[in-house]
Design a binder for this molecule. Structure first.
Ligand SMILES: [Zn+2]
Length: 180
């Protein structure tokens, strides 16, 4: 099966994440709801990270995945499953219709066994100590070619020089303006 990243799952349910000062991991709700104070939870970045996060976002997996799959089982396969069934039961049902659920089967496998999820990009970002010049959030590696950093709080990509010299540039500019 193809590698699925924990961050891909998060993106699909409209979440991002930040690395805290103590090197723990916290979720960020891109819809700005912070239901159940989910953003305040801290997770250690270790081998159990994916398992603990998948556990915490269960309600979102129900909303974004299970209800959709139950609906497609009904409409496209003339079959049914209760939304209260566990991931493994979902997986077994889906495997009966591999054509309908091609890509989703791999995703469901990762819900059954979160250790299958790739967290290498999170571990990589946890090494970046530089903070956003604008908001102080720890930066991550940008996913966009040519940009260097991404601020998960500003939701913006930056070039390295912007982060490292922004304050310096402003100082120079204001000096020049005064002279001019
Ligand atoms: Zn920022």
């Amino acid at each position: 099966m193809k590698k699925i990243k924990l961050t891909d799952i998060l993106e699909s349910i409209e979440f991002s994440y930040v690395i805290n000062d103590d090197n723990t991991f916290s979720l960020r709700d891109c819809q700005d709801c912070n239901l159940g104070n989910i953003e305040n939870d801290k997770f250690d970045i270790d081998k159990n990270l994916a398992m603990n996060v998948i556990d915490r976002i269960e309600i979102y997996i129900n909303d974004y995945y299970l209800s959709d799959i139950a609906e497609r089982l009904r409409t496209e396969c003339n079959d049914s499953i209760s939304i209260t069934e566990n991931y493994f039961d979902f997986l077994e049902k889906m495997q009966k219709y591999p054509k309908v659920f091609k890509d989703d089967i791999d995703t469901m496998k990762t819900f059954v066994n979160p250790n299958l999820l790739d967290i290498s990009d999170i571990k990589q970002n946890a090494k970046i100590k530089l903070k956003c010049f604008r908001c102080g959030t720890r930066l991550q590696k940008s996913a966009i070619k040519d940009y260097t950093y991404f601020c998960p709080n500003c939701c913006e990509d930056f070039y390295r020089f912007e982060q490292e010299t922004k304050k310096g540039i402003f100082r120079c500019l204001s000096k020049l303006m005064q002279i001019g």
